[in-house]
Design a protein around this ligand. Sequence first.
Ligand SMILES: CC(C)(COP(=O)(O)OP(=O)(O)OC[C@H]1O[C@@H](n2cnc3c(N)ncnc32)[C@H](O)[C@@H]1OP(=O)(O)O)[C@@H](O)C(=O)NCCC(=O)NCCS
Length: 169
Amino acid sequence: MSGGIRPAEPPDAAAIRAVHLAAFPTATEADLVAALDRDGDTVVSLVGETQGEIVGHALLSRMRVTGGGRDRRAVALAPVGVRPDFQGAGVGRRLIEGALAIARATGEELVFVLGEPAYYGRFGFSAEAAAPFASPYAGPYFMALALKEGPALHEKGEAAYAPAFAGLA
Ligand SMILES: CC(C)(COP(=O)(O)OP(=O)(O)OC[C@H]1O[C@@H](n2cnc3c(N)ncnc32)[C@H](O)[C@@H]1OP(=O)(O)O)[C@@H](O)C(=O)NCCC(=O)NCCS
């Protein structure tokens, strides 16, 4: 299937919402996208297209993270959704790799994700990398990827998601 990824634009909002309503069992993720946009916390928003149709979406949002007593530049990868009828065709991979490339190029130090270790491990995320950062989401599904080398990004600290995440299940 032909397709690619590109930055989301304001007229894409309805199609992005439809992707998440189809990909997830509840409207939580679709509402999260709208809340992050409203709050100005969206850092990167990418759509995945197949034959000109938006079938996937991935978002990076600003986090407040400290480590080793310093502020760290960090973003959260969430949500990532692909319409069920287009899953398994590489759209998710392209969106995630594209989002990570932008994060790296723009100087982010850490990316956090809450999700399936078997899937996000493919992109280098690990629970070990997230473990030094205190979070209400701490556990095997709370993973991180350090985009820069060195021990500094493994020092103890705290990782806080944007306010729109508060109250999510
Ligand atoms: C997870 C998701 C974004 C992946 O998108 P996608 O376009 O289907 O992914 P890709 O085509 O790049 O990769 C497909 C591979 O991921 C695997 N995969 C998909 N979901 C997975 C999961 N929850 N756990 C483990 N592996 C998973 C598939 O088995 C497939 O494996 P293969 O390459 O060995 O065949 C998509 O399936 C989706 O929207 N799922 C529902 C919503 C969701 O769970 N989002 C993630 C949490 S924020």
